[in-house]
Design a protein around this ligand. Sequence first.
Ligand SMILES: Nc1ncnc2c1ncn2[C@@H]1O[C@H](COP(=O)(O)OP(=O)(O)OP(=O)(O)O)[C@@H](O)[C@H]1O
Length: 257
Amino acid sequence: MLSVKELTRRFGGFTAVNALSFELEKGEILGLIGPNGSGKSTTFNVIAGLYAPSAGSVQLDGREIGGLPPYRICQLGLARTFQIPRPFRKLTILENTVLAAHYGAGGQIGRAEAERRAHDALELIGLPRDPGASVEGLGAAGLKKLEMARALATQPKLLLADESLGGLDEAEMNQAAEMLERIRNERGISIIWVEHIMGVLMKVIDRCIVLDHGELIAEGAPAEVTRDPRVIEVYLGSDAEAVHRQLDRQQSAAEAG
Ligand SMILES: Nc1ncnc2c1ncn2[C@@H]1O[C@H](COP(=O)(O)OP(=O)(O)OP(=O)(O)O)[C@@H](O)[C@H]1O
């Protein structure tokens, strides 16, 4: 459903993403990993339309979206969450989500339909739907949920989730990972997930791609990619053994039943 070909993004003389190519299948959860500054957010920003590509193409269901403005890309079915949630603090949770529904529909739906979409998203995410519920009381986990609900209210077929777990405790992280899996399983939404917390990421992704200095250095199933010597050298380092142990446990659990 998403096809990225030879995508390059430069800032002045600096190349942040260099000739990146990858494909995403419908219903897949793809992990996008790599060291700080390797180009993950820039890749998201180009796919979602915040930056135009310097070269290369991005196709969503066969249609070129590279260089389109973010609102057009959103209307075509691509939503993203940001590392740092920035809801409208003066609006309620419901109002924030209704606004997102209007944005995703390009103003082509009425108030009742926008509210229906917002209610549906808030219910799936597990946030209060009553009209008085305020953003103010939400902690880090609640704000991230709201970010996700706003993305879902735009009715995407592809969701780009940017480091959704920063600032959460372990139980909240596991809930967030389960939520992404539910979004895929119940709604058929494809997901690309940028996340540094490998233990949680590995529980839900089908496949991952690894960037280093803006270039793709590995691609495949988590068990293969995390054993790639270059991925261990540039990214996993001393965490590699713990990641392998977890993947082995997951495989044994899957085989047992
Ligand atoms: N608007 C910009 N102008 C100039 N340089 C930029 C801009 N955005 C990103 N960069 C540079 O591009 C490189 C890739 O940054 P990017 O944020 O995409 O990396 P990342 O893999 O998402 O990092 P992190 O894991 O720390 O979020 C960095 O060296 C960054 O400084």
